[in-house]
Write a protein that binds this ligand. Structure first.
Ligand code: GRF
Length: 191
């Protein structure tokens, strides 16, 4: 069974790269997975270079060319339909999505905290500074509520006494790169 996925990103693109390396053109659990599109809203995203290196075409749809969030979302949805995408993967895609997107696209997102804790853009810092003994990563379906859709996978790591924020952040990202491909397989199986 063929499964077509698209990845949306805005910046660094390290999760996108991990997903491509792990899943693109791979046979997994009876599915043959193809990353059919990568799309960014940011013409200066570092991830564009990663796509070039990986030999995967990347499309830039600059949100600044659109008058409204809805018009931008319509353009993204149209591209995804064009590519006949079964599942869309948000990987550091820093745009607030409107119902135009959310109600017509089945999508996953990754967030660097144990949701529902530390929603929003400062999750790593907030979780680092919190008194909690564990931190972690969540993968969830995209819904109307920011960082609020149904969880599909979640993993915790123990905090290390005296660890600096850079080292902590590196461990969070390493966990993301392991967890996201596995969560995508799970979601593809459930389609
Ligand atoms: C990740 O920490 C992800 O959880 C968050 O944005 C970051 C993207 O990093 N949503 P990258 O662009 O994949 O390197």
């Amino acid at each position: 069974m063929k499964r077509r996925i698209a990845i949306l990103f805005s910046g660094n693109g390290s999760n996108m790269e991990a997903i491509i390396r792990e899943l693109h053109q791979k046979e997994v659990e009876g599915m043959s997975i193809e990353v059919v599109a990568t799309i960014t809203n940011n013409p200066n995203a570092r991830g564009i270079e990663r796509c070039e290196r990986l030999g995967i075409p990347c499309e830039v749809i600059d949100h600044r060319a659109f008058e409204t969030r809805e018009a931008f979302d319509e353009a993204i949805v149209a591209r995804l339909k064009n590519h006949k995408v079964d599942l869309t993967i948000l990987a550091g895609f820093m745009r607030i999505l409107t119902p135009v997107f959310v109600h017509s696209v089945k999508a996953l997102n990754i967030h660097p905290s144990l949701l529902p804790l530390f929603k929003g853009a400062h999750a790593i810092k907030e979780s680092y500074e919190s008194p909690m003994k564990v931190a972690g990563v969540s993968v969830h379906y995209v819904s109307d509520e920011l960082d609020g859709g149904e969880l599909i996978a979640q993993e915790a790591i123990a905090k290390i006494e005296g660890e600096g924020i850079e080292a902590f952040e590196a461990r969070i990202h390493a966990l993301e790169h392991r967890l996201y491909p596995r969560a995508i397989i799970q979601a593809l199986k459930a389609l």
